[in-house]
Ligand binder design. Structure first.
Ligand SMILES: *Cc1c(COP(=O)(O)O)cnc(C)c1O
Length: 231
């Protein structure tokens, strides 16, 4: 077992060296054991990303002693789990509809600290993913900007599967430009300073395009078991 955990520490150290210091590394620990997460913590990781409420709940219970972890929700959130999500997560990267944003805003109004939120946007059509397309987001922006209990700080995007590196880089660059464009509009509460983009297969391209947060699972923890399809 020790070998497995040494390998995690080693991979984290190696990848850290390739990531500029201003880019936040989020260790995506879905389907990863709490022991492996402890190894990542020991190697310096303080940001963990989970995509399911129940899994996060169980892990947070088992990792209560590691009190300085920042928890990031990166998967689709159903409205009926929004209240629990606000209790469990400091960041929600996957705010993917006006309806969900409104719900989170209402629920967050009686919380001490507003959650940090990213708006999930698709820059290529992808029926397998949630999120706004750019014109829809522009249309919803005035109302989103009125949601004072949410701290909307940037965008999150995931390119569709099967694209070339050039195409992926183009989509990430589009995200960067779109965020800059939004920041030029007269926004009241929304700030576009974070770009959550880049996973194990494409984080180099994402950083090249201006990512501020990369969400890495397999390159840190190894391949996940194949039996559960991931969103
Ligand atoms: C699973 C997942 C990741 C991490 O993917 P890897 O390929 O393991 O790096 C990042 N972001 C989201 C939204 C995910 O669901």
């Amino acid at each position: 077992m020790t070998g497995v955990f040494d390998a995690i520490a080693q991979r984290i150290a190696t990848i850290r060296e390739t990531i500029p210091p201003h880019v936040r590394l989020i260790a995506v620990s879905k389907q990863v054991s709490v022991e492996a997460m402890r190894a990542a913590y020991a190697a310096g990781v303080r940001d963990f990303g989970e995509s399911r409420i129940q899994e996060a709940e169980e892990k947070q219970y088992q990792l209560q002693d590691l009190s300085d972890i920042t928890w990031h929700l990166i998967g689709h959130l159903q409205s009926n789990k929004a209240a629990r999500a606000l209790e469990l997560f400091d960041w929600i990267h996957s705010v993917d509809s006006l309806k969900l944003a409104r719900r989170l805003n209402t629920l967050a109004s009686d919380r001490p600290t507003p959650p940090q939120a990213c708006l999930q946007v698709k820059f290529a059509s992808d029926p397998n993913k949630y999120g706004w397309d750019a014109p829809q987001l522009l249309a919803d922006l005035p109302e989103l900007d009125q949601l004072h209990h949410l701290n909307i700080v940037g965008l999150m995007t995931i390119p569709p599967l099967g694209l070339s590196e050039d195409e992926i880089l183009a989509l990430f660059s589009e995200a960067k430009e779109f965020a800059a464009q939004l920041d030029q509009t007269a926004l009241q509460t929304i700030r576009m300073k974070e770009l959550s983009m880049g996973m194990s297969g494409d984080y180099g391209l994402a950083i090249q395009a201006g990512a501020t947060m990369v969400r890495l699972g397999r390159v840190l923890f190894g391949d996940r078991p194949p039996q559960h399809p991931q969103p």
